[in-house]
Design a protein around this ligand. Structure first.
Ligand code: NAI
Ligand code: MG
Length: 359
């Protein structure tokens, strides 16, 4: 039997993206060596530097190149000098849409050895998933600007919610809730947003009625944000639109200790196209080049890629190595209150991985 060799596109991107990617690749390699698979990296130097040279975030053949790969690992894109909407719409959003990565799965889990900034949360007290609709919603190209530069200037931005798009995101979230505690919460704002959000709620109720085994609840996004802080233990799976899910998961990352830890999987659940795995954080220009970026978000994202490839045992072994370093050692980057470098955390993770007995 030949061992699987995965062809992975690696877009480290900008800023700390290039610093947190190598630790994730090293762990994937040691995991493959133990669990019987290997990687061939397709390193793609796309991002804001590429934009400065060429005027585009990726080549015209970019999506076709990615389509040839099994999966995509992404670091972060964005750098001062290139407007953020250019970097996002020139790379990430086209990838998410072309490859029907309509689920953005973001675990919000307090890892062992990390203290939440929330005073009352016990160890293990936060463990839920946010399912963010990733292909439509508020992130839409529909709209425009009129009378630019005049006092009458206006901007119109339209949200796009389709039954197809909303249903498939909700059905995915339902599937996850069924495998977990059976609790599903929906993020809405149907009091203030009077077309799309009542539509979202209607579909949520219809699907909820098909699944009487689930405990479903609806929260306005503002109240939900407060509950992430006041009572995060109540959540199991939260389903949200593109914008709401994006905002909620930065808050989620904060309550689990640092934005530097949180992972994000852009999934094409049918596996018809490559999926893309990235940390929630951005390129952090304020700390880029200093060797102190936390690599754990990128490493956790790599572990989610292994789950998606069907190597859950290897993905769990990476999470166990992370847990070991956090619980048993002082090796952590400054965002978690430590003084270790990215490289030192990477070394500690490899050592912890290698020291653990094969499952
Ligand atoms: P950011 O996530 O880059 O940084 C926010 C804060 O968290 C900064 O103080 C940063 O130092 C810190 N931080 C982030 N990741 C960290 C890590 N791994 N270790 C330690 N500290 C970390 O968000 P910001 O500042 O809003 O955006 C910076 C750039 O990144 C912008 O150009 C933005 O558009 C882009 N961005 C890109 C994303 C992506 O590629 N998916 C996501 C979010 C932002
Ligand atoms: Mg975000």
């Amino acid at each position: 039997m030949t061992l699987p060799n995965y062809h992975i596109a690696v877009i480290a991107g900008d800023g700390i993206g290039t610093e947190v990617m190598p630790p994730a690749q090293r762990l994937l390699e040691v995991a493959g060596a133990r669990y019987g698979f290997s990687f061939e990296w397709e390193e793609l130097e796309w991002g804001c530097e590429y934009y400065a040279r060429t005027g585009a975030m990726m080549p015209e053949t970019g999506l076709a190149q990615l389509a040839e790969c099994d999966q995509i690992l992404l670091g972060a894109v964005g750098y001062p000098g290139v407007p953020d909407h250019v970097s996002l719409w020139g790379l990430l959003i086209p990838i998410r849409r072309a490859f029907q990565q309509y689920i953005n799965l973001r675990p919000i889990k307090l890892l062992p050895g990390i203290e939440s900034p929330l005073r009352k949360v016990p160890a293990g007290g936060i463990d839920f998933l946010v399912v963010r609709e990733n292909n439509e919603g508020e992130y839409s190209e529909s709209g425009g600007r009129l009378y630019r530069g005049s006092p009458q200037e206006i901007a119109i931005q339209e949200s796009v919610f389709s039954r197809f798009g909303v249903e498939r995101a909700m059905r995915y979230a339902i599937g996850l809730a069924e495998q977990r505690e059976g609790k599903l919460a929906s993020a809405t704002k149907s009091n203030g947003i009077i077309h799309t959000m009542p539509f979202w709620d209607e579909i949520f109720r219809e699907l909820g009625a098909e699944h009487p085994n689930l405990e479903i609840s609806e929260y306005h996004i503002d109240a939900l944000a407060a509950l992430f802080v006041l009572d995060p233990a109540r959540f199991d799976v939260v389903v949200a639109s593109n914008l709401f899910g994006d905002i909620l998961t930065d808050l989620g990352a904060a309550i689990i200790g640092s934005i530097g830890i949180a992972p994000s999987a852009n999934l094409n659940p049918e596996k018809e196209f490559p999926s893309m795995f990235e940390p929630v954080h951005g390129s952090a220009p304020d700390i880029a080049g200093q060797g102190k970026a936390n690599p754990l978000g990128q490493v956790w994202a790599a572990s989610m890629m292994l789950d998606h490839l069907g190597h859950q045992d290897a993905g769990e072994a990476i999470m166990a190595a992370m847990g070991h370093v956090l619980e048993e050692t002082e090796v952590r980057t400054p965002d978690l209150g430590g003084s270790a470098s990215t490289e030192e955390v990477s070394e500690a993770l490899i050592n912890a991985f290698n020291a653990a007995a094969p499952a």
